[in-house]
Design a protein around this ligand. Structure first.
Ligand code: SAH
Ligand code: SF4
Length: 343
């Protein structure tokens, strides 16, 4: 079955023309997609022959809201989305003074197995298509009645383990054929898949890049991130420098502060040394609670000491505010707890 919602106008035109339909039909179909049609039967100005063809050969990807949890602490909503084949992913909608920001999933589960992350603990089922990433945003927009202005690929999954679909998503969602969300308002987060970081840099897109570092040396990083065996820190740093040089954009490093694990003064100094001279920002996240992970947030005192050491060394760093903690909607708390057929 053809995933027509992952196509742009020229691809859809080529597809329909290939099967003998008129060129202008593509615009009509796209316009129905933009109006959130969820069946080909809704496309009433399209001849029956084309509707039948589409029903037989194509499908309309979706991310239907199965459940919403709304935080009582802040204006954050966590969605459970059902995909066309009965798989589930989660997404989180946050509200800031500058607008709505949506954290979406790129895979059902994740293969990377980081020890502090609920997604990593729940296994992997499949990657998402571009249309399924867009559908999560659109479903949330329809639910809240407002436009989503910022998107982060920080939900379930490793975006660079689903590189082609993610790049397709970026190009499509930022175009007029789709939601028209500018690349500058989109950020990708990766655990450091080095070759894809370089490919991504070569594209010179305006999209932001975040690298999940969480430790300043291989020994410590290996304790929590198995991916470091394949791509050690030196390679991740080389690829990060390559990205900054190629794009002239600042890179962000994510660093979860874990009590007694990676939050000492010495570790902070080592991190400062590692990042010296690089155009970057460090996002410190007091580690979020994940059942079975056995990690505790660093104390406020340690958080402050850590950020102070980085700042004194000339490294731009802030401690990130946690949103949606009462509904397990924070970083690393999304998981594949709903298996196909569960709900
Ligand atoms: N797979 C990608 C993107 C999804 S994870 C990546 O790893 O970058 C989004 C972010 O949440 C990453 O920075 C990840 O390291 C972080 N994260 C995962 N579990 C966390 C936890 N328990 N507390 C705080 N941050 C966590
Ligand atoms: Fe996967 Fe990212 Fe979680 Fe690691 S932190 S397991 S890469 S989703």
């Amino acid at each position: 079955m053809t995933d027509i919602k992952s196509m742009n106008l020229s691809e859809l035109t080529a597809y329909l023309v290939d099967y003998g339909f008129e060129k202008f039909r593509a615009k009509q179909v796209l316009s129905w997609i933009k109006q959130d049609a969820d069946s080909f039967d809704d496309m009433t100005n399209i001849p029956l022959k084309l509707r039948d063809f589409l029903k037989e050969n194509a499908y309309l990807a979706c991310a239907d809201i199965e459940r919403v949890q709304r935080s009582k602490l802040d204006v954050t909503s966590k969605y459970l989305f059902r995909l066309y084949d009965g798989e589930y992913v989660e997404g989180v909608l946050m509200s800031y003074h500058h607008g709505r920001s949506m954290c979406i999933s790129s895979q059902v589960g994740c293969k990377m197995g980081c020890t502090f992350c609920a997604t990593g603990k729940s296994g992997f089922s499949r990657s998402l298509t571009a249309s399924e990433m867009i559908a999560q945003i659109r479903s949330a927009e329809l639910d809240c009645g407002e436009r989503v202005s910022n998107v982060v690929l920080m939900g379930m999954g490793e975006p660079f383990d689903n590189y082609d679909n993610v790049i397709r998503f970026l190009k499509l969602v930022s175009s007029e054929d789709s939601l028209n969300i500018g690349m500058r308002h989109i950020t990708i987060s990766t655990c450091g898949i080095v070759p894809r970081m370089r490919d991504f840099a070569d594209l010179e897109l305006q999209c932001g890049l975040s690298v999940s570092l969480h430790a300043p040396n291989d020994e410590a990083r290996l304790r929590t991130m198995p991916v470091n065996r394949r791509y050690p820190i030196a390679q991740v740093m080389d690829a990060s420098r390559y990205y900054v040089n190629k794009t002239n954009r600042r890179i962000t490093f994510e660093y979860a502060l874990i009590d007694g694990e990676n939050d000492s003064d010495e570790t902070a100094r080592e991190l400062a040394e590692l990042l010296k001279g690089l155009l970057c920002h460090v996002n410190l996240i007091p580690v979020n609670n994940v059942t079975g992970a056995g990690y505790k947030k660093s104390s406020l005192k340690r958080q402050r000491a850590f950020v102070d050491i980085l700042t004194a060394a000339g490294i731009n760093a802030t401690v990130r505010r946690t949103l949606g903690s009462d509904i397990d909607a924070s970083c690393g708390q999304l998981k594949r707890k709903y298996m196909k057929g569960d709900v």
